[in-house]
Structures are given as C-alpha cells and as structure tokens.
Design a protein around this ligand. Sequence first.
Ligand code: GDP
Ligand code: IMO
Ligand code: MG
Length: 423
Amino acid sequence: MKIDLILGLQWGDEGKGKIVDVLTDDYDIIARFQGGPNAGHTLEFDGIKHVLHTIPSGIFHNNKLNIIGNGVVIDPVILKTEIEKLYELDVDLTEKLMISRKAHLILPTHRLIDKASELSKGKKKIGSTLKGIGPTYMDKTGRNGLRIGDLELDGWNEKLNNLINKHLNLIKNFNVDFDFDINQLTNEFLESLDFMKKIKFIDSEHFLNKSIHEGKRVLGEGAQGSLLDIDFGTYPYVTSSNTTSAGACTGLGIAPNKINKVFGIFKAYTTRVGSGPFPTELFDSIGERIAKIGNEFGATTGRPRRCGWLDLVSLKHSITVNGVTDLIMMKGDVLSGINKIKVCTKYNYNGNAVDYLPFSIEEENIDPIYEEIDGWEEDITQAKSYNDLPLNFKNYVEFLEDKLNLKIKIVSVGPDRTQTIFV
Ligand code: GDP
Ligand code: IMO
Ligand code: MG
C-alpha cells in the first residue's frame, strides 16, 4: 500500500478542501503535511459551508482518522476555535484527530514578528496572512522552535519564556510601531495549549508508516499551492514551506517510493491573494466578473483574490516538480457565459517565446502569449455527468489535456460536495 497526495498547482485556494472531502470515502487516513492556519480549506455539504485552517478536510466523515503532520505549524489559539466550531456541530474529535509530536508551535510573538516584518517592508510586503507562518518556520530551521512533544517534557515553560523574550527583542529591532498586550496574548496561548491537550499527540511518522504497511489507505493533504513553494514558487512572494510533493515526504515522514498518485488541483482560471508577480492577471470587466461569480475572497483573511486567465506555463512547471499523475479542474462553472476564453500557453521572455517558468516572472520581463478557445453559455452547476456538459466545455478540457499531456480525472462545477463530476 502507498499514499496518494492532493496538492494545489497554482497560488493556493484551488479547492483542495472540497476535493479532499469528496475523496475521503476512498481512504482511511487523511494527513495534512505542511503549512498552518494561513490555509483556509472550504467544504460544503447539506447547505452548510465549513472552513478549516489546521484540521484535515476529512474530518466530517465517520470512521476516518485525520492527522496533523510534523510538517504543519500549529497555532493553538486558532486550533481551539476550529475545534470548538466542530464541537458545536457535534463532530467528536477525540477518536478521529491526532497531532504529530514533531509539529512546531506558532507562538503569539511569531504572529507579531510577521506583522513587524511586513510593516517594515512597506510596499514590498509579501502580503502574508500574518498568522506567524514565516517566523515559525524560521525558528524551526534555526533550531529554536518549540514542538508539540515539548509540552510533555519538563522545562517547557522556561523554553517558552526564553523564546518569547528573544522575540520581543527582535520585534524592537524592526523599528515599527504597533500596540500589543503580551500578557493577554500569552495567557490566551497557555489556555489554548491546555485545551489542545485533549487531542491525542502521536509519533506520526511511525504511525503513518505502520498504517501504510498494514494496508491502510492514506491521503496526504497539501496547503497553499506550488507557486507559493519556498523553493519553486515566485520567491520571495511565497510561503515558508515546501508545498510540493517533496513536502509530503518531509512533512509526514513518508519515503518517495511510498507515493502513489499525485492529484494536482487547479482552477479553470487563476487567482492569487497577496503580493507578487501574476503574468495573466486581468484588470478588466472579465477579471471583475470572475471575481464576482467565483466569489473570490480569501477564506482566511477575506481579502479579494486577484483573478486572471489560466497559465499553462506555470501549470506545467507545477506538474513537473510535483510529479502529478491526475489532474482535477475546479470552478469551470465560473467561466460560463464568457464568449472567448484565453489560455496562456507561452511567455514572451525578454523577446523569446518560452514554455518554462524562468527565474523571474516579474511584469517587466514577461508577456503572456495566449491562445483563444470558444466559451460556453450554459449554466453547468446542475450537471451530473460528463455527458451533461456542453461541447465547448469538453473542448476546453481536451485542449488543456492535450497541452498538459495529462488526463483531467475530475471536474468540479460548484462548491458543494455533490457538484463533482468524475470524467
Ligand atoms: P483551498 O484552500 O484549496 O481548499 O480552496 P478555498 O476553500 O480557499 O477556495 C476555494 C473556493 O471555491 C471555496 O469558496 C469553495 O467553496 C469554492 N469552490 C470549490 N470548488 C468550486 C467549484 O467547482 N465551483 C465554484 N463556483 N466554487 C467552488
Ligand atoms: P490555502 O491552503 C492562498 C499566501 C499569502 C501571501 C503568501 C505568504 O487556503 O490554499 P504567509 O501567510 O504564508 O506568510 O503568506 O502566501 N498564502 C495563501 N494564498 N491560499 C493559501 O492557503 C495561502 N497561504 C498563504 O496570501 O501571499
Ligand atoms: Mg484556501
């Protein structure tokens, strides 16, 4: 038995939450492998919309285990709110949620450093979700971090106080001014840690490998998207983890030869929230239309998402670095009624047509080269099978398959669980 992965191929928000929820029926264990509460994974069923930030998107199914892997960074304050929301819905987590002892903790001061860093950058800010992600991964790689497993050891409080003091000094050095109440933040953090202890802590790499060996079916859930990957994304406008399939190996302790399918998810167009280059971004009425019909507002911060045409150059890059085996296309319904749909198939890069992602895709170096495809008028949100879909929609799918040399196995035509078509 092996593990399958689901990960985003663009700048996040591709619809990972929805698809993980839909595919959970086929698995025993869902395991998040990186990122933290910068993620907002939305799923909808029975007319209710749920947004998860840290908890894997298999949590609404019975008899399935959900593991927060070692590669994830956890803010106990946010996790507590997430858990309480689930309790209100009578979702019992004691048997189905587990946390890796090796996952790192986001301290309130990590959030403050994030804010200080962004303020100090001015116009060059990353557009971070300000959840403390970057500073927490910096402490992890700098070998100063605190882990879930530390909570079970003596001397924990002293380690915490030392790290907080170090952070407070660091914040002073940014020379930016904002108010915070460190005592209140620390108390809230400690209370949430106590609350979090209700959830089982495990040696997740051992547990997962044993489960795979015993024949359990495991699905790894990614956060963010490949273009936000710390190595292969649009650096420095990225997040601080490896969002690509390699991140599942380090974020769960799974060897590369244990990876089976890699489901790559993309929207039928492109969105980005936060700063950074976006070659196919639209600034016209079509961009506004996509934003409005697609309800393109961040699930974590509520910020409007920038919208643009699908970019096959970056998509191919993501497919390659992840080893994608199966494609999943989301939100095709949002393009209904657009007469001519454009797809970027190459970049004009310093005067040459290229079909790979060069070192810099800043506006001054890149001009997208488009091909145009006829759109479809029909509302497709009620379609139940691939045959129900309009010819021009299928032409769009086939055009993409041809260019990407991969099959699109699922098309999603609306936010609800049921609006999912297996091709
Ligand atoms: P994630 O971070 O990858 O899980 O994606 P988000 O939840 O942040 O953003 C995806 C948004 O699109 C959510 O509001 C979903 O409810 C919604 N969504 C997902 N699939 C579809 C679809 O096929 N059509 C439409 N119209 N909305 C979708
Ligand atoms: P999901 O899992 C979309 C973006 C932020 C910012 C950059 C760095 O829901 O797809 P960070 O908070 O990591 O310091 O932000 O990355 N970003 C996301 N954009 N979806 C996400 O997650 C994101 N997580 C981070 O907007 O540009
Ligand atoms: Mg999201």
